[in-house]
Design a protein around this ligand. Sequence first.
Ligand SMILES: *Cc1c(COP(=O)(O)O)cnc(C)c1O
Length: 448
Amino acid sequence: MEQTKFLLSEREIPERWYNVVADLPFALNPPLNPETREPVGPEALAPIFPEAIVLQEVSTERYIPIPEEVRGVYALWRPTPLYRARRLERALDTPAHIYYKYEGVSPTGSHKPNTAVPQAYYNREEGVRRLTTETGAGQWGSSLAFACRVMGLECTVYMVRVSYDQKPYRRIMMETYGSEVFPSPTDRTRAGRKVLEEHPDSPGSLGIAISEAVEDAATSEDAKYSLGSVLNHVLLHQTVIGQEAIRQMELSGEYPDVVVGCVGGGSNFGGIALPFVRENLLNGRNTRFVAVEPTACPTLTRGRYTYDFGDTAGTTPLMKMHTLGHTFVPPGIHAGGLRYHGEAPLISALVEHGLIEARAYPQNATFEAGVRFARAEGILPAPEVAHAIKAVIDLAQEAREAGEQKVILFNLCGHGHFDLAAYEQYLAGRLEDYEYPEEEIDRSLAGL
Ligand SMILES: *Cc1c(COP(=O)(O)O)cnc(C)c1O
């Protein structure tokens, strides 16, 4: 029988996270204070994050040890399996070898608990009692809700209104873990009230929900804030994915020519890609990296690389990243996890320096790819992941036309079991494609 699954034992859960900052051949642009335009130090983050997280955010150490208690929780689902997609290869009639790392085996069905668990751990260690956060499609909120329950913390989630309405099951999951969940914009915060005054029917956005969650934490004694993507420490925690994948690719006897992932804020992509980026930088490897986003929220492919706020209300430090403007409200596509106006500064810098490529696809093409994958491999991917799969299928076809035998690895970072309503609409031919008009992007960027 041909081998399709490459497994590691529990003892092989990584013992440390990998920090690519230590190996970058260029300096990162520091976050800036919006008023003075001077670089902000770690102290600017102290009101909303615990010290251990702040230190990781600014760390230049190459490796950071994973606490044993966190590894013990990781053991509930890690190491995750690596598969060779032999049935998809045959369905595509491609000479390419396609591998995927499957993060959907976590308790909440995505890669997000990889960072939720250590974040809840460090907060509890420093005496924090409650975490606040935002969530788009609900994957992050349910992951933090799970992590808070495991670490004995309370959890308050601001959920983007359009997802709250479209995806009640994620809310119920968060409430089952014991969290409180509010549809954002709410009237509980100044930031939320301001949006509601101008747009009473606002569908919400991750940027607005972030403003609300940050304000809640900053104005509460015993609460801190937790972010599920974008920041350096989140990408750091996600590197367990790529470190395991390197070991598992060794078991397969192959090495990826291309690594592919979908990008919202950049954490699952960074998680699988950054350990392989290190192999390019230090060990003479020559892997291509392809980050895939929706045409409805084309941050890397059509945004501007500049300083912008991480949230809509303009309360965060300014970060140098690809952005569509912090007031950009993307249309309500089903890949809710990819509806963020900005991008992880680390991923943006790597794109800017030519180490990572970006592509964008409209949602019908991605669902077509997702259905094709489900019919070949059995796993029903999250709509976000379907973007990566569309790129993988295109790359496999490009390789076939070029007569090349490529090894492609992608991150199947979550299953789509909570997204069946979106699949239903696709199967019924009722999904709309959305190309963001240039004028809208210009208008939003003009505000910077
Ligand atoms: C949250 C999420 C994303 C987008 O976030 P990243 O930080 O870019 O990874 C993509 N896919 C899934 C399944 C998610 O849960």
